[in-house]
Design a binder for this molecule. Structure first.
Ligand code: PEP
Ligand code: MN
Length: 346
């Protein structure tokens, strides 16, 4: 159950409601928005008596029963999609957002060239890892703060927003100083200390699906971030591990449609990590648009043959520009269907 308090309720009024809920044997988890406090009620058993009792309290706006274990991120809690402002675009609305750039920030020249190329081709955000989660401890681990500074420089030069990975709870403040969106990588999707530390962070979070995680686990991880105070979470399908070896991962595109039923959060697709092969990236991108995701995050390197990570799946600027052009008719259909959906929802 989730309870919305009336606008500008006092601390005392909120406490009275929490006490009433606890009296029924449930735990409370409140989130303070700018104007309104929302209280999540967690516990076992039938909540009917508690719901009816709380609903009758004058300071309560509404009380909604939510059967899913993820409360705040579920569609039951909120029908309307969450829209998140990103560098002039609104992800989750009627704008398709493309984020693009290299796997890792390698040098000033590399990130500047990448940024200019992806901006020219129509990307809204620049991706690039400064803290890199690598399978081998001997592989390039990223330029760390120096990389963040280069990303900020590329933002100043191009106007692109920055999305970059944060790997540890102790780096959240540092990364948030430079980035517009903080990425939680697949390997950290269940790093609960990190997820909790992202609650107070003022930036939107791009949460990638874990290597072998279920949709429910992804949503529970998103719930951690929202329950700790940050409602701006974007989910990302980036392929999961299966028995198939023809691609680096198996893109679970169905998850995009499943997530659309289960959550109000925006969903992106990463066709680069999903396939591991640059030749497959345009086809999967078209399919991702067709299934109705909210955006793409694509690896683009000025010279993929020289990339320090993920070169095989990175497009060069020419290939990325061609792909963006190819996507145009698909994006027109996408836009039409968004506008129709929005009109039907009114
Ligand atoms: C990345 O975006 O470069 C990355 C490491 O992605 P993932 O966490 O999905 O493997
Ligand atoms: Mn990568």
């Amino acid at each position: 159950m989730v309870i919305s308090m009336k606008l500008h309720s006092s601390r005392e009024e909120i406490e009275q409601v929490c006490k009433r809920i606890e009296h029924f044997g449930y735990k409370v988890h409140s989130i303070e928005g700018e104007e309104r406090v929302v209280i999540g009620v967690v516990g076992r058993g039938d909540v009917t008596n508690c719901l009816e009792s709380v609903e009758a309290m004058p300071q309560v706006e509404s009380a909604v029963r939510i059967s899913a274990p993820y409360k705040f991120v579920s569609r039951e809690f909120r029908r309307a999609k969450t829209q998140i402002r990103l560098n002039g675009a609104e992800i989750g609305g009627d704008e398709f957002v493309v984020m693009a750039g290299p796997c890792s920030v390698e040098s000033e020249e590399q990130i500047m060239n990448a940024a200019e190329a992806v901006a020219r081709a129509g990307a809204k955000m620049l991706r690039g890892g400064a803290f890199k989660p690598r399978t081998s401890p001997y592989d390039f681990q990223g330029l760390e703060e120096e990389g963040l500074k280069l990303l900020a420089k590329a933002r100043s030069a191009t106007g692109l927003g920055i999305v970059t990975e944060v790997m540890s709870d102790s780096d959240v403040d540092l990364v948030a100083e430079y980035a517009d969106v903080l990425q939680v990588g697949a390997r950290n999707m269940q790093n609960f200390a990190l997820l909790k530390a992202l609650g107070p962070c003022q930036r939107p979070i791009l949460l990638k699906r874990g290597l072998s995680s279920t949709v429910k686990e992804l949503l529970m991880s998103a719930e951690y971030i929202v329950a700790h105070g940050n409602p701006n979470v974007i989910l990302c399908e980036r392929g999961i591990r299966t028995y198939e070896t023809a691609t680096r991962n198996t893109c679970d595109l169905t998850a995009v449609a499943v997530l659309d039923e289960l959550t109000h959060l925006p969903v992106m697709v990463d066709p680069s990590h999903a396939t591991g092969k640059r030749s497959l990236v345009p086809a999967l991108s078209r399919a991702a648009v067709a299934i109705g995701c909210d955006g793409l995050i694509v690896e683009v390197h000025p010279c993929p043959e020289q990339a320090m990570s993920d070169g095989a799946q990175s497009l060069n600027p020419k290939q990325f520009t061609a792909m963006m052009k190819e996507l145009e008719p698909y994006l027109r259909l996408w836009k039409d269907s968004r506008v129709t959906e929005a009109a039907a929802a009114v």
